[in-house]
Structures are given as structure tokens and as C-alpha cells.
Design a protein around this ligand. Structure first.
Ligand code: FAD
Length: 458
């Protein structure tokens, strides 16, 4: 008989993991504390903030690894973004292309992607060969977890049962926790293993704004760029939606953002710092969002190990919540799915697969968390510095001239899912050392040429 597995969390990562396991013949039960997002119009219940995400090579590879045709279906609405569009204070727009050879990242609506993945689960079940291998239980929260040598037992509470007096217990051969940053599964397995764990809030929050479509659904700014208004301590970004609108996000320190609570303060702040964005979003909308909408916190979670023997393992944000500045949270979570499935495919036992996952994945997860936090500085500040732009030009030139030996960091992270995150950092360190030498030599040569020219003219 097939093994039974419970995947906790029907978000992006849990839904993909469910499909991957079902394709391998497991009987999967997918459990989420929220209602099925396709059957509710209540936004807070959906857990689908309107944000759109950047999906790049690692995410796409993992989707294709699970099922190539499914991947094409769920990614059909993506909008390619070939580079950053920098909006300077004086209203100019400057394009900085991401890929050396036309590669691009893609904007996708998070909510729609989640719903498409759940549709794929229904489609999988409808296939007569699969005879409902996947069972979905929505509106049920996992409140407890215990193990014995043969199974993992979970306690479920029905979301409609306000008194929690109707607990249901279910046994599975093993469970996978994909229950997000505040993971209860992570907390539960900490009781069984010596898990190192760290959670750190950064001093930035975010607020979502909305740029409506122009006439007849046209885009008011170029849809094929990720728009950035870099202002050092704070910044605004915008990603296109298929209907001609953009989802824009303001990132800023808590103190500053919380003081922007009255029209008299919000108006001059936006007029001074984002005059062109005000024209796109509308001042009334900006004021309403700053006064009424909740601000999102940003935090990093790291832990190690990720599994309890062959009984439980955590993936996605549950094991590595990161700040969104490299656009890799979901991509990395999808990569977790691919890596874990590959290990399950090739290992002699599940315990070997889970232990190898913990051992091999940790360095990469540490690496992407570091890259994500460091990238705030790049997006908000460096992109307008001429020293950075000069170095980036050299970096790209070397990447074009020596593609086998030289790969810019952004390319490795976003377009080369075959290079592990930790290897990206190692290679980038070597490249930066060489780049510094090239840069110093170039500056030296220019200085000598200038001095020579001066000598000749005197
Ligand atoms: C502003 C912002 C921008 C971002 N931009 C990008 C981007 O451009 N690219 C990118 O790759 N990533 C991005 N991310 C990160 C990305 O959104 C996350 O990494 C991704 O959604 C994580 O998916 P997940 O399935 O692991 O967790 P989640 O999406 O959080 O899903 C967890 C699920 O578990 C359920 N759950 C929780 N607890 C329980 C329980 N006890 N019992 C049952 N169910 C439970 C929840 O209801 C939820 O449905 C961004 C994040 C933010 C905040």
C-alpha cells in the first residue's frame, strides 16, 4: 500500500510539494487552516495579499521538475521583466537590464498562482489513474503533533469550532511542514530535536499601493521592467499585472512609516520623494493606504536541522523566511521541493533522504538569506551610484566576453538555478577580488595616460 503523507500549508510551496509527492504515488492529505481561496471572496481569509511576485529560473525549474505541462499552465500569465527601471528624483527613468543574453525574471500574481496550483491538484485527482490520491482539508488548523516509531499523529481543529472542543486526530507515515514563517510544525518538531533557531525582524515594514491601468487597460509605465524609486532609507517598487495595473510596494523604516499618518505629513513626503509616482497612484489613494492599511513586518528565520528522523521535515518559509529584496522567497521554496523530491527519488530510505536534505541544504539557505538582506542596499542606494554602475558595466562586459568563466551574481541567483546559492557567493567573492584589481588597473592606466598627455602638452 502507498505511504500516507500530510502536507501542512496549502500556500505556494505546500501545493507544489503535494503535486510532486502525488506524482510519485504517495497518498497525500493537504491541510490548511484557511478556507479554500478559490471559494472565498474575503481577502483576509484568502491569505492572498495582492502582491505579485518575481518568479525566476529556480522557481520555474522546480515547477517543470514536478510536471512540465502543469508548469506551462500555471505560468501562462507571467509578464517578463527584462531589467530594473530606476526612477530618479527629477522624474527621469533609466533602464538597467538584468540578463547578459536576454534572460528575464517574471511578474506573477501570487494569489492566482496559488489558485492555479490548487486547480492542478483537482486536475490530478480527476485523472482516473490517480483515483483521488490527494485529499484537501481546508479550514482546519494543525494544533499538535506527536510521533511514535511507526507514524506521525496530528491534531486538527476545525476553524468553525470556536471552542476547540472537537479535535480530530489523524495518523500519517510522515508529514511535511510548509506552513509559512510562523510555522507551528517547526515549533512542534523543536520538541523532538536539537534545532537551532533564529528569528530576526528588520527595521523595515511594507505597504502596498496600486497603480491603476490607463485608458483601455493600457500600462502607464513599461510593464517589462521592475520599477524602482530608490531613496536610500526607503523605496518604492512596482510590478505589472496583466490587466494593465501595477502592484506597488513602499518599503521604509517603521518609525518613519508610522509617523506618516496624516495627510499634512504624507502629502509633502510623497511630493518631495516620489513626484512621478504620485501622478500614477493618486494622492488620495496614497493617503488612504498610509492611514488605514496594516503595515507588513519583514523578518528572517533560520533554523537547522529541518527534519525529525523520517517522520517530519519543514520546507519553504517555515524553514527559511527571508526579506523580499532578492525576489527569491518563493523561488527558493520551490527549489526546496525539487531538491527534496530528487533526494527521495534516489535515496535508499526516507530517513537518508531527509538527513541528506538537512545536511546539503543548510549552506544554501544561509547563503540566500544573506543575499536577500544585502540586496536592500543594492536596490535602494547602489543602483544610483556611479561607482556601482561602472563596476556593473565591467562585470557585465566580462560576463559577455567570458561566459564560461565569469557570471555576474544576479545572473547566478536569478537565471542559473543549476548553481547552488552558496556557490554563487563563493564565485562572486572571487570575481569581486578580480574586479577590484581590474578596476584599480584601469584607473591607474587612465591616470598615467592623463599624466603623459599633460607632460606632452607642457
Ligand atoms: C512583500 C513581499 C514580496 C515578496 N516578493 C517575492 C518575490 O518577488 N519572489 C519570490 O520568490 N518571493 C517573494 N516573496 C516571498 C514569498 O511570498 C514567500 O516566500 C512564499 O509565499 C512562501 O510560501 P510558503 O508556501 O512557504 O508559505 P505561505 O505562503 O505563508 O503559506 C503557508 C500556508 O500555511 C497555512 N498554515 C499556517 N499555519 C498553519 C497551521 N497551523 N495549520 C494549517 N495550515 C497552516 C497558511 O494558511 C498558509 O496558507 C515576497 C514576500 C513578501 C512579503
Amino acid at each position: 500500500m502507498s505511504e500516507t503523507v500530510a502536507v501542512i500549508g496549502a500556500g505556494l510551496v505546500g501545493s507544489l510539494m503535494t503535486l510532486g509527492l502525488a506524482h510519485r504515488g504517495y497518498n497525500v492529505t493537504l491541510i490548511d487552516m484557511r478556507p479554500d481561496p478559490r471559494k472565498t471572496s474575503n481577502k483576509s481569509e484568502k491569505n492572498l495579499r495582492s502582491i505579485n511576485l518575481a518568479v525566476s529560473d529556480r522557481g520555474i525549474r522546480a515547477l517543470e521538475f514536478v510536471d512540465k505541462e502543469m508548469s506551462e499552465r500555471v505560468l501562462k500569465d507571467i509578464i517578463p521583466m527584462h531589467g530594473r527601471m530606476i526612477h530618479t528624483l527629477d522624474g527621469k527613468q533609466e533602464s538597467q537590464i538584468y540578463g547578459l543574453f536576454g534572460e528575464h525574471i517574471n511578474s506573477i500574481d501570487r494569489g492566482k498562482l496559488n489558485e492555479h496550483l490548487l486547480d492542478e491538484i483537482d486536475l490530478f485527482n480527476e485523472n482516473s489513474e490517480n483515483s483521488n490520491k490527494i485529499q484537501c482539508i481546508f479550514n482546519h488548523k494543525v494544533a499538535g503533533l506527536s510521533f511514535n516509531t511507526s507514524f506521525a499523529k496530528i491534531k486538527l481543529i476545525n476553524g468553525d469550532d470556536k471552542d476547540n472542543d472537537n479535535e480530530i486526530e489523524k495518523n500519517f507515515d510522515f508529514i511535511i511542514g510548509a506552513d509559512g514563517s510562523y510555522s507551528n510544525i517547526r515549533y512542534q518538531i523543536q520538541k523532538y530535536i536539537r534545532m537551532n533557531y533564529q528569528q530576526e525582524y528588520i527595521d523595515k515594514c511594507y505597504l502596498e499601493l496600486y497603480i491603476p491601468p490607463g485608458e483601455n487597460g493600457s500600462f502607464l509605465i513599461d510593464p517589462n521592467h521592475l520599477h524602482i524609486w530608490p531613496r536610500k532609507e526607503f523605496m518604492l517598487i512596482a510590478l505589472a499585472n496583466e490587466d494593465g495595473s501595477f502592484t506597488s510596494t513602499f518599503f521604509g523604516p517603521w518609525k518613519l512609516t508610522e509617523t506618516l499618518n496624516k495627510r499634512e505629513l504624507i502629502e509633502p513626503f510623497f511630493n518631495d520623494n516620489f513626484p512621478d509616482a504620485v501622478k500614477l497612484i493618486g494622492m488620495d489613494n496614497i493617503v488612504r493606504v498610509f492611514k488605514e492599511n496594516p503595515k507588513g513586518a519583514l523578518m528572517q528565520v533560520t533554523c537547522n536541522k529541518y527534519n525529525y528522523s523520517d517522520k517530519a521535515i519543514i520546507i519553504g518559509d517555515a524553514s527559511h523566511s527571508m526579506v523580499p529584496f532578492y525576489g527569491q522567497g518563493m523561488n527558493c521554496g520551490f527549489e526546496d521541493v525539487r531538491v527534496l523530491l530528487q533526494l527521495l527519488d534516489k535515496s535508499t530510505t526516507r530517513e537518508v533522504a531527509f538527513d541528506s536534505y538537512t545536511e546539503s541544504r543548510h549552506e544554501d539557505l544561509k547563503a540566500i538569506l544573506k543575499l536577500a538582506i544585502d540586496n536592500y542596499n543594492e536596490m535602494s542606494t547602489k543602483v544610483i551610484s556611479s561607482a556601482y554602475l561602472f563596476r556593473k558595466t565591467l562585470d557585465s562586459l566580462l560576463g559577455k566576453l567570458l561566459p564560461k568563466y565569469w557570471i555576474p551574481l544576479y545572473t547566478m541567483v536569478s537565471f542559473r538555478g543549476d548553481i547552488p546559492y552558496s556557490e554563487c557567493i563563493r564565485r562572486e567573492k572571487r570575481q569581486q577580488t578580480i574586479l577590484k584589481i581590474v578596476e584599480t588597473s584601469l584607473i591607474g592606466m587612465c591616470a598615467i595616460a592623463g599624466w603623459w598627455k599633460y607632460r606632452k602638452s607642457t
